[in-house]
Unconditional design. Sequence first.
Length: 206
Amino acid sequence: MFTGIVQGTATIQSIHDADGMRGLGMQFPAGALANIQRGASVSLDGVCLTVISSDGDTARFDVIDETLRLTTLGERAVGDRLNFERAATFGAEIGGHLLSGHIIGTATVVDRSEDAGNLAIILQAPPHAARYVLAKGYVAIDGISLTIGTVDDAAGTFSIHLIPETRAVTTIGDRRPGDRINLEVDAMTQAVVTTVERVLAARDGQ
């Protein structure tokens, strides 16, 4: 599990594509991988990945074809920076919200505007995920836990607002209109909406 409080950015050092799988070699900031073990979970741009091997401040991850299809990791190149978060530990403070690192799809940046250092971004939600995006609810964008601002149901868009600290620690400030961003919706919201839909569908079918 993760919290969506990004700890920094890691840089893609190498990419190896073979047999429908992508191997990522990642360079992390000094000390970021302290005491990490093979098999540990790390979120990269919001995607939960397993450490295959590590050496000092570098680690290798394998990304399967289904993950490449649902996320932006297949588009990344050597030198790109990815937001990272190590798995939450028992007893640690949760400053964001609980995340699984299971991406539901990608949202597309529609517009961005800045005011006094704060950044507002409008995103187009994928159609199958839009019903889980509720005003003042939670989403994770490239692994960043954020509160949803406004929602335009007709357009299928929603807004998020970033303070300077979030922009300094993550890659979100680099995103421009047309960019795709990994989206994870709040699991509790998804469960409630899906349950209500099933109950209403069953009632209508009676």
